[in-house]
Design a binder for this molecule. Structure first.
Ligand code: TYD
Length: 219
């Protein structure tokens, strides 16, 4: 019998650009499906047709003059649609939803990185997500040097995907990293820090161990 009949679960993956969270999310999803779970994967910004339209605006390098408040509200608009269309229905069906980034990205990138503060992020989250927060968040942590190194080599491989975000300064990313760190300290029961250095398999084993530890405590 499928174990998803227990209850729906909402898992998110977070971290600096290039931390490997996208690969790790895919691996965990594949692994859990092989165990008989029903897993829905989504991504922020995006995840729905409306969200993908918003994503194009957000990541368009021509939109350099976008103000930080407009940027934050657009991230939340995409997320609200994701909650409405994807997250709530799937969790209600008892499925596992995994998201590549969620409100913690807004906390780290806009709240800390752009200096908008974390209170406003919390308030907007309550509206956009209707009070639903992730059950577990895997913060795949790499240091800033590693993030920049990976982002640079990724940009070389995919020159056409030269996003606005990849142009941000080092100071910005330092603040983003500090934001994730503060979050992990503030919510140790939800945010699990995963060491993102090592091979893909090594990191995947850490993620799976953290997932199983959560599951065994929340049957
Ligand atoms: P993307 O190309 O998806 O990068 P990644 O694979 O690292 O997730 O671009 C997402 C970018 O958007 C990334 O730099 C982080 C940023 N972002 C925010 O600034 N705030 C947010 O709320 C979200 C969801 C993403």
């Amino acid at each position: 019998m499928s174990t998803t009949s227990r209850r729906g679960l909402f898992l998110t993956f977070e971290g600096l650009d290039g931390c490997g969270k996208t690969t790790q999310m895919r691996l965990l999803a594949t692994f859990l499906r092989a165990r008989g779970e029903t897993v829905i994967e989504t991504v922020e910004p995006g995840g729905t047709e409306i969200g993908n339209g918003i994503r194009r605006i957000l990541l368009d390098p021509r939109n350099q003059n976008m103000g930080p408040e407009a940027e934050m509200l657009l991230y939340f608009a995409a997320r609200a649609q994701n909650v409405h269309e994807v997250l709530e229905p799937a969790v209600a069906r008892g499925e596992i939803v995994m998201s590549d980034r969620w409100t913690d990205s807004t906390w780290a990138y806009q709240g800390y990185g752009r200096g908008l503060g974390t209170e406003v992020v919390r308030s907007l989250d309550a509206i956009a997500c209707r009070g639903r927060r992730p059950d577990v968040t895997f913060w795949v942590d790499i240091d800033l040097e590693e993030s920049l190194r990976r982002a640079r080599s990724r940009n070389k491989e995919r020159a056409e995907q030269d996003t606005r975000m990849d142009d941000q300064s080092r100071v910005f990313y330092e603040r983003v990293h500090a934001g994730y760190q503060a979050l992990a300290q503030a919510e140790p029961g939800r945010v699990v820090k995963i060491d993102g250095l090592g091979t893909v398999e090594e990191v995947a084993a850490r993620v799976l161990a953290a997932f199983d530890a959560y599951r065994s405590g929340h049957v």
